[in-house]
Design a protein around this ligand. Structure first.
Ligand code: SAH
Length: 226
């Protein structure tokens, strides 16, 4: 898989995509992530990427031409499955979307900044719009990092124990069961007895029951989708 991320603040993406599971997956060659500084496609001597909005609203808007040019150059190199724009009004990211996108070969993720991007980019160049939730953050970089992380961890080999992605919340439509580690007792707080039983069948039953109970209590909506 290859992910090309277009940004005006590429520094914001460096750390989240260079460490831990995503960083290791890149080093292992499971995924290639290229972060592109849109300013390299900026216009004029000052490399402008934004301009005042028509209609006089406060806030700058990212211009069509630099985005058009960088996407044209990327597309000249390879075919892309999707050009994704991170946007608060996009479809809200969930595990199903991540599962689906993790099977793609080549993705472009476009990060907005300022007041957003010229709407013609969304009409003519973007194929999918994704939100990380019903709130606004300052730029598309952190949303893009969240999306990329959620995809990369699903690539076989990215997690050391592959099955651990399968037992994560949402993967089977349920929240995950609680997890514990040593010591078995701290400060009088005990790990549930069954987990110390060494009986895989009983443990599995307990985990399934917990997953169901927690989903009923915390995300009842998920049960409607099963
Ligand atoms: N004026 C826009 C918000 C701009 S915020 C509006 O009201 O819809 C600047 C950029 O941050 C956006 O272009 C988008 O790329 C990103 N962004 C902000 N909130 C986001 C969210 N919830 N999900 C995905 N991207 C978001």
């Amino acid at each position: 898989m290859r992910i090309d991320i277009i940004s005006v603040v590429p520094e914001l993406l460096e750390s989240p995509l260079s460490h831990s599971i995503v960083g290791r997956a890149r080093k292992k060659g499971l995924v290639e992530i290229q972060v592109h500084n849109l300013r390299e496609y900026g216009l004029g001597a000052r490399r402008n990427v934004d301009d005042y909005s028509y209609g006089g609203d406060a806030g700058m808007v990212m211009m069509v031409e630099p985005v058009f040019n960088i996407i044209r150059d990327l597309r000249a190199e390879r075919d892309y499955d999707e050009v994704i724009y991170m946007s608060p009004d996009g479809e809200i990211l969930d595990q199903g979307i991540s599962n689906d996108l993790s099977l793609k070969q080549n993705l472009i993720i476009l990060c907005g900044h300022y007041k957003g991007i010229d709407h013609r980019i969304r009409e003519h160049l973007v194929t999918r719009e994704i939100s990380i939730g019903d709130y606004v953050v300052s730029g598309g970089e952190i949303p893009a990092a969240i999306l990329a992380d959620s995809l990369v961890r699903l690539i076989p080999g990215a997690l050391t124990d592959e099955t651990s992605a399968l037992s994560d919340s949402f993967q089977d439509g349920l929240l995950s069961a609680p997890v514990y580690t040593r010591p078995a007792e701290f400060n009088g707080w005990k790990v549930p007895e069954v987990l110390l039983s060494g009986n895989p069948k009983l443990i599995r039953e307990w985990q399934d029951e917990q997953a169901l109970e927690r989903t009923k209590a915390l995300r009842p909506q998920l049960l409607k989708n099963i």
